[in-house]
Design a protein around this ligand. Structure first.
Ligand code: PLP
Length: 398
């Protein structure tokens, strides 16, 4: 029996079955490449679900982790630590934010945003409107905010006060606003929902609507943040500023960390006792994040993400023209790219991804509509050429 198969059997024996895993046990990674237990190599265009933005085992992040782990691993938020302060300074200095709450995951960051939106509102307003097709996490409140009924099934009753507006329809969104609404929560581009961008006009419309009705605008930038779209946060490209931003995924280049950032005024509603996290802002995770964000902010890095994103999209567009029966269009921002499948293509989406996996290429099928690519942001044009060539061969088989 191969080492992959042995590990798969052991894992399946002991894991609660929340994931349908591919039959590979990954043992090592460098840059955009992974190696499994049988020594097979993969070119990774999924990055641990948009997490390893600087690639696997980046030497500077590794050194930051090792050095911090040798010094201090955890003390809780009853005390200050330097890595946590440095991270908070770095992110707030490079964004609209004044204050940040650090936690351990995307869902936790959204939970913090939801609690803050409710506690800061006057007269007990509590309703939060999000969009159909959105994804905000798997805790009960964030799953209630998620605009996809398949994630709700079996978990009712869900926490109250979460409404969903149809995708991209401003008038319908405004109709849902009432005297009990406190915030609108949305992703600038829906990642899990199928790399679905919202137009600049629509997002500016939401901002105006929030101003008109005194609502907070919460941007879930858990996937679009940390350089993924070619700016540190996607909002920078939209000509508007949200009131709260949540981040996680690529923040620690693989260490679990999330954050909820806002202005001084809004942040003042959280005081000692209102919210907390034992592990949040852990020094090792923060040391990894400081190094990660500094690399992203260094000269040319984000411009490179934009340039490679345009190149990647142009290459997918060529596949769209070559395989019109399978692909209809390409969409995305920076290095979150989706090849939109036709009706026939959608029925083959899972199979295409499996065939690519067998050939040693990692990507996924998102929102039951697109082939999604979220490579490490350090990906090279020749690595893009490699996956495009393999995908062309797989598509040509149909
Ligand atoms: C991944 C994701 C989340 C949830 O993050 P977790 O770390 O898995 O809890 C929430 N919102 C968006 C947009 C995401 O992509």
């Amino acid at each position: 029996m191969s080492d992959n198969t042995k590990l798969k059997e052991r894992g399946d024996n002991v894991f609660i079955g929340t994931y349908a895993r591919y039959p590979a046990a990954m043992v090592q990674g460098t840059g955009c490449r992974l190696t499994d237990a049988d020594g097979k190599d993969y070119l990774d265009f999924l990055s641990g679900i948009a997490v390893c933005a600087l690639g696997h085992s980046h030497p500077d992040v590794r050194d930051a982790i090792c050095s911090q782990a040798g010094q201090l691993v955890h003390v809780s938020n009853l005390y200050y630590t330097k890595p946590q302060i440095e991270l908070a300074e770095l992110i707030t200095t490079n964004s609209f934010g004044d204050k940040i709450f650090l936690c351990n995951s995307g869902a936790e960051a959204n939970e913090a945003a939801i609690k803050l939106a409710r506690i800061q509102s006057d007269e007990g307003r509590y309703k939060i409107i999000s969009l159909a097709g959105s994804f905000h996490g798997r805790t009960l409140a964030t799953v209630a905010a998620t605009g996809q009924p398949k994630f709700h099934q079996g978990f009712e009753p869900l926490p109250e006060g979460f409404l969903h507006a149809p995708f991209g329809d401003l008038a319908a969104l405004e109709q849902l606003v009432d005297k009990e609404t406190c915030a609108i929560l949305c992703e600038p581009l829906q990642g899990e929902g199928g790399v679905r961008p919202l137009t600049k006009e629509y997002l500016q419309g939401i901002r105006a609507l929030c101003d008109k009705h005194g609502l907070l605008l919460i941007f879930d930038e858990i996937q679009t943040g940390m350089g993924r779209t070619g700016t540190l946060f996607a909002y920078e490209q939209l000509g508007i500023v949200p009131d709260i931003i949540t981040m996680a995924k690529a923040l620690g280049n693989g260490l679990p960390i999330g954050g909820m950032m806002t202005t001084d005024e809004i942040a003042s509603s959280f005081v000692p006792g209102t919210h907390a996290s034992t592990f949040g802002g852990n020094p090792v995770a923060c040391a990894a994040a400081v190094t990660t964000v500094n690399i992203m902010l260094a000269d040319g890095f984000l411009a490179g993400v934009q340039e490679k994103g345009l190149y990647f999209k142009a290459e997918i567009q060529k596949l769209v023209e070559r395989f019109p029966a399978l692909l209809t269009s390409v969409r995305g921002m920076g290095l979150i790219v989706g090849g939109v499948l036709t009706e026939k293509g959608v029925t083959l989406g899972g199979e295409i991804v499996t065939k690519m996996f067998e050939r040693g290429f990692l990507m996924n099928f998102a929102g039951n509509s697109v082939l999604r690519f979220v490579p490490p942001l350090i990906v090279t044009k020749s690595e893009i050429d490699e996956i495009i060539a393999a995908l062309a061969e797989v598509l040509a088989d149909y």
